[in-house]
Design a protein around this ligand. Structure first.
Ligand SMILES: Cc1cc2nc3c(=O)[nH]c(=O)nc-3n(C[C@H](O)[C@H](O)[C@H](O)COP(=O)(O)OP(=O)(O)OC[C@H]3O[C@@H](n4cnc5c(N)ncnc54)[C@H](O)[C@@H]3O)c2cc1C
Length: 452
């Protein structure tokens, strides 16, 4: 086959585009995927002992009607809806997420520093200017919340100095608390179910992969070509070369590769496009899954760890999402946790045996007890070469330069790392980027998510 529409990558963006192409009656397309399965970062692996692991615990929530209808068609009632139980481990105690809305749980000295900082930053210092994320945190929360949570936690997640990051991406992703409300909830504690994911979904079967595998029957037969790794793209001839020596031409190409990897594969990109791609910052991820032969000791969903000595920034009680992801679906016998550790050129991985470092961290944080060690049945390591696209200070001009070169040549780069926009980087945003691109191709409709 030649010509037509080609999709590189069978993650949520590529699958979303393919689903929409079929829905709109278009059949002249193929998907090429370098790995042996769909899902991309939203995939899952079942280890030889029967434990299923996500790249990171993927929760489903969306404000898009199209995505929610899609979910209904693909999963029907094969989804579990869960009330969020997310916490922060602060020294010897748990503080409910978001930290800044639950200061009443802090030790007194930290509580005082956080409150004083909030009042100062929002009253006497309220005209303080900010140019980057670090300064934004200080301006909005003050020095106490910055010191005790925002700075250490965010450096662990992003693996990037906060001064290198912009603040334009924040919108509803960080809860900004008013100082009056902070004093009120500290003196009269209450739980605040803040945020769009206070209730979330998770596929009943197969982990996160269960959702994306469920799309395949909607695409028609044999639509995804697996183990096809694009190694170069001749954007003048409109032709892709794969690592198996084959080539494929296209009229229009949806690429969901990380944008830096796409630019590196172009045959004719000018220096200014290559230089723009080099400006894009990202981090990488090491996830470690630990499966134990005992029931879950907790009904929490996930916990954040700001302590710089703890190697992971987050841990999910993955088996609390669905019983089907432990051997035999038996959560009366087994439970699993999944930790996430970011690293980058700014924050290297700890040296030595990483699985052991994670288990030691779980012991130090009191998630596991020494008596649990003989009950560990499996330790599973997952690596992601691109994890978070960093919303860096100079990201947007770089993106404009790259897209302005690609689109006249029939190349549309979309998705978490295709658009390189963290703020539209979840599964629902990714699917919508694929869907809306197809609508633009077919009848010129505006792409709202990608342009937002
Ligand atoms: C740590 C972490 C936690 C997350 N948590 C959540 C969450 O809780 N909820 C949520 O909704 N979303 C979450 N996400 C986001 C979710 O993973 C993404 O939205 C989604 O996977 C992006 O889809 P995509 O298709 O754009 O890209 P990807 O998933 O990256 O897919 C790209 C595909 O392209 C393929 N590919 C790459 N290079 C080539 C090549 N050269 N040739 C051919 N194919 C290639 C890859 O193998 C992959 O399958 C999380 C992501 C991360 C990293």
């Amino acid at each position: 086959m030649s010509g037509g529409t080609v999709i590189l990558g069978a993650g949520p963006t590529g699958l979303g585009a393919a689903y929409r192409l079929r829905e709109r009656g278009e059949n002249d397309f193929e998907i090429f995927e370098r790995s042996g399965q769909v899902g991309g970062l939203a995939t899952s692996f079942t280890d030889p002992k029967g434990w299923t692991w996500d790249v990171s615990g993927h929760i489903i929530f969306s404000g898009y009607k199209y995505f929610n209808d899609f979910l209904g068609r693909v999963l029907g009632d094969r989804i579990r809806w869960i009330d969020r139980e997310s916490w922060i481990k602060f020294e010897d105690r748990y503080v409910r997420y978001p930290f800044q809305n639950h200061l009443s749980s802090l030790p007194e000295q930290a509580m005082l520093e956080c409150l004083v900082g909030l009042v100062e930053s929002q009253t006497i210092d309220r005209d303080r200017a900010f140019r980057n994320f670090e300064e934004w945190v200080l301006a909005k929360f003050g020095s106490g919340v910055a010191k005790h949570f925002m700075n250490p936690y965010n450096f662990k997640v992003w693996a990037t100095p906060l001064s290198e990051m912009g603040y334009y991406w924040i919108a509803e992703r960080v809860s900004v608390v008013d100082w009056r409300k902070a004093i009120q909830t500290t003196l009269l504690p209450q739980n605040t179910d803040w945020g769009p994911n206070a209730k979330f979904g998770y596929p009943l079967h197969g982990g996160t992969l269960g959702l994306w595998k469920g799309v395949l029957p909607f695409l028609g037969d044999d639509r995804v070509r697996y183990h096809k790794r694009a190694i170069s793209i001749d954007e003048e001839k409109r032709e892709i070369a794969f690592s198996d020596g084959t080539t494929r031409s296209y009229e229009r190409l949806l690429s969901t590769l990380p944008l830096d990897a796409l630019v590196a594969r172009l045959c004719h990109a000018p220096e200014k496009v290559r230089a723009a791609a080099e400006k894009l910052l990202f981090n990488r991820l090491f996830s470690v899954g630990v499966g134990l032969r005992r029931p879950s000791p907790s009904d929490k969903n996930w916990i954040y760890f700001p302590n710089p000595k703890t190697p992971f920034y987050r841990m999910t009680y993955l088996s609390n999402y669905s019983p089907e992801i432990v051997p035999g679906g038996d959560t009366s016998k087994y439970f699993s946790v999944l930790t996430e550790t970011s690293y980058s050129k700014f924050k290297p991985l700890p040296e030595g045996d990483f699985g052991k470092a994670v288990v030691d961290g779980l012991l130090a944080e009191g998630i596991l007890q020494p008596s649990d060690l003989p009950l560990i049945e499996t330790i599973f390591l997952i690596h992601a070469g691109h994890s978070y696209p960093i919303p860096s200070v100079d990201r947007n001009p770089a993106l404009e330069t790259i897209h302005a070169y690609l689109e006249p040549r029939g190349i549309f780069s979309r998705g978490r790392f295709g658009s390189w926009k963290y703020e539209i980087g979840n599964q629902d945003h990714s699917l919508m980027q694929g869907v809306e691109l197809v609508d633009r191709w077919i009848d010129g409709r505006e792409e709202k998510v990608f342009r937002s």
